[in-house]
Design a protein. Structure first.
Length: 76
């Protein structure tokens, strides 16, 4: 699997492995060679992921659940 600049795209691609009726265990392996473009993309993905996690309310599970409820109702 080629690394993507958008970590959500990779997460979605991995999640598809589970959604398509897969009942067997799924293993995802990523190979990175130091000093390559893939390493740079991985570092960018980590920073984006940390930024996304910092934007989620830390003390308010209720706020997070409310936001999830709103988003799921908008998706219908």
């Amino acid at each position: 699997m080629e690394p993507s600049w958008n970590p959500a795209m990779e997460a979605q691609a991995i999640d598809c492995l589970y959604r398509l009726g897969q009942v067997k265990p799924v293993n995802v392996y990523r190979y990175y060679v130091h000093g390559t473009l893939e390493t740079n993309i991985y570092q960018i993905q980590r920073r984006k992921g940390e930024l996304a996690m910092s934007s989620v309310p830390s003390g308010g599970d209720e706020e997070y659940k409310s936001a999830q409820l709103i988003m799921s109702s908008l998706a219908r």
